[in-house]
Design a protein around this ligand. Sequence first.
Ligand SMILES: Cc1cc2nc3c(=O)[nH]c(=O)nc-3n(C[C@H](O)[C@H](O)[C@H](O)COP(=O)(O)O)c2cc1C
Length: 213
Amino acid sequence: MFSNEEREAIYKVISTRRDIRSFLPDPVPKDAVDRVLEAAHNAPSVGFMQPWNFILVESDEIKEQLAWAAEKERRALAIHYEDDDRSTKFLNLKVEGIKEAPLTICVTCDPSRGGSHVLGRNSIPETDIMSTACAIQNMWLASCAEGLAMGWVSFYKKSDVQDILEIPLHIDPVALISIGYTDTYPKAPILETAKWEKRQSLKKLRYNNKWGE
Ligand SMILES: Cc1cc2nc3c(=O)[nH]c(=O)nc-3n(C[C@H](O)[C@H](O)[C@H](O)COP(=O)(O)O)c2cc1C
């Protein structure tokens, strides 16, 4: 079905994709944004419910408000690190680039789409958000293939983002996605380089037949 080159390209995109928080002001071409959204819309979803919407934000004024919501949350979360060292390290981490990135896309999830009995969702209700996460991962891979930088921002109170973007209360603002170009596309996760977290050994995460074996 796929040539060796095509297969290698897929694995290359998967392994080189990074979460980016520093952006250049250059605008993102409209056709590239369209392809990234098309990739999102091709994602799998429980019962094919396609619970997502995409709110494209280019207005500096609205981006400022979203950045305010993220900054407020970042400072609030610092109290979870009682150890001074970890708290300072956390506060020094850049966790979003909303104001810098030319485009922010709020990806939402509508749990009511498809009615009350979406096929397969009765057992695990969170499958709507899982489906939305699949769409976001597709955006991430497509952006990387397009030479675009993308960052996933989840530091915010959902009610703040609902207020700013006038999202109805039953719709879940799952992610704020920053998209743009960058001159620093890192080879390793930023949190790894900042010595916050290491990649775990896959060998230790893999079991045979039963948990722990
Ligand atoms: C659900 C989810 C939420 C995330 N939220 C944030 C965020 O708010 N701020 C941030 O800087 N990175 C965020 N990230 C990015 C992770 O920090 C990043 O994926 C991880 O450190 C691994 O780095 P990599 O994506 O470059 O491989 C998020 C990632 C996921 C999957």
